[in-house]
Ligand binder design. Structure first.
Ligand code: PLP
Length: 410
């Protein structure tokens, strides 16, 4: 056997730039500790703690009984795409045709299809940091180049028009915007979006991926605004990404959808047609029921998340070394923990990074959070507020008690 065969890796070169998911690793570790009997409070996971609505579950059961169990067309059933078109008209004042919609196995797959379908090696994608951790990795799998722009707490974690202008090159293919944001809960208001659109008007080669998955989780009376509401002329080069995972507590059903120009959508359908063919037919029927059924619970859920946000932000801001901005949407807080770096635990461990802080909190205080390193901006912690208020209070109490025991090292 030749030594080349013996040494060669099964992994494709394109996987070299892809990091294993730090979030999934942490979630697995927390679950293992729970299974071993430790009283873990898990604030690492990013999914609503509400149930999928009953009428949605029933629609799925009916779809099975009705034998809606065969292949559908690649972009999703006509009825579901029609419901999505109607949703955009009703909720976002945006007009699409059915051939401008593609349904996939979650918003993540919509983004994956879009990047795979449009990026050639070396094409650049501007990603404001902190970012949802999958963006750069999906870009890397598609052999694109993530161009990460740091947007620290002082600018509310939002990319400024000046930063956007400076990051654009002739190779820029996409700008990714996510509002409300995972992991920060940051929201782009209409004025900010107009300023970004002014820059984008100068660069017609740049496309915009607007990830609106948290649109229904807006706080303090704010209303969601899409970049297309302030700059409708960008519609041809914008892909809106959305889905039922967060709004309808349907993460496991795996339904997301994209809305964009016929060209972008057709290209995405090529990728989908040669990978999974289409999203699960039963889940498509469930998503149809979700998008055409009652949505009065959106406001109630947003109010519940707003209350939890208030509890967590107030509790974290009492801790010496932690500084937490008040998020304007979504179900995460993203406190700055730079004041804890360099401090020593009672066991003599010096905390040197947010990764260190998270593993100390998990191992010794049984609270699971995700380090900012997973989202491209450190030192921060991402704490999910998708948990019972009691759990949130207890977790913040544990973090406060743990931090109070830290010793400053000169
Ligand atoms: C910003 C953002 N976009 C997309 C997704 C993926 O959603 P889905 O579960 O529909 O794939 C997530 C999930 O956490 C997210 O936070």
């Amino acid at each position: 056997m030749s030594s080349i065969t013996a040494k060669s890796s099964i992994r494709a070169n394109r996987l070299e730039a892809v990091r294993p998911s730090m979030i999934l690793e942490l979630v697995q570790k927390a679950r293992q500790l729970m299974a071993d009997g430790h009283p873990i409070i898990d604030l690492g996971i990013g999914e609503p703690d509400f149930e999928t609505p009953q009428h949605v579950k029933e629609a799925a059961i009916k779809a099975i009984a009705n034998n809606e169990t065969r292949y559908t067309v690649v972009p999703g059933t006509t009825t579901l795409r029609q419901a999505i078109v109607a949703k955009f008209e009703r909720e976002n004042r945006l007009n699409y045709r059915q051939d401008e919609i593609s349904v996939s196995g979650g918003a993540k797959q919509v983004i994956y299809n879009a990047m795979t379908a449009t990026l050639s090696p070396g094409d650049e994608v501007i990603i404001p940091a902190p970012f949802w951790s999958s963006y750069p990795d999906i870009v890397a799998i598609a052999e694109g180049r993530p161009v990460v722009v740091d947007c620290p707490q002082g600018q509310r974690f939002l990319i400024s028009p000046e930063q956007l202008n400076a990051a654009i090159t002739p190779r820029t293919k996409w700008l990714i915007l996510n509002s409300p944001s995972n992991p920060t809960g940051g929201v782009y208001g209409p004025g900010h979006l107009e300023a970004l659109a002014d820059v984008l008007h100068r660069y017609p080669h740049v496309h915009i991926l607007s990830d609106d998955i948290y649109e229904h989780l807006m706080f303090d009376g704010r209303r969601f605004t899409s970049i297309l509401n302030v700059a409708p002329d960008l519609q041809d080069r914008t892909l809106i990404v959305n889905g039922v995972s967060k709004a309808f507590a349907m993460t496991g059903w795996r339904i997301g959808y994209g809305a964009g120009s016929k060209d972008i959508i057709a290209a995405m359908n090529v990728v989908q047609g040669q990978s999974c063919t289409h999203a699960c037919s039963i889940s498509q029927a469930a998503a149809f029921a979700a998008l055409t059924g009652p949505t009065d619970f959106f406001a109630k859920r947003a109010a519940a998340f707003e209350k939890r946000r208030d509890v967590v932000v107030a509790a974290l801001n009492t801790i010496d070394g932690v500084d937490c901005l008040t998020p304007e949407g979504a179900f995460y807080v993203y406190p700055d923990c730079s004041g804890l770096i360099g401090r020593k635990t009672p066991a003599g461990r010096v905390l040197t990074s947010d990764i260190d802080i998270c593993s100390w909190l998990l191992d010794e205080h049984h609270v699971s959070a995700v380090p900012g390193a997973a989202f491209g901006l450190s030192p921060h912690l991402r704490i999910s507020t998708a948990a019972a208020t009691d759990d949130l209070e207890n977790a913040c109490g544990r973090i406060a008690a743990a931090c109070a025991l830290l010793e400053r090292v000169q």
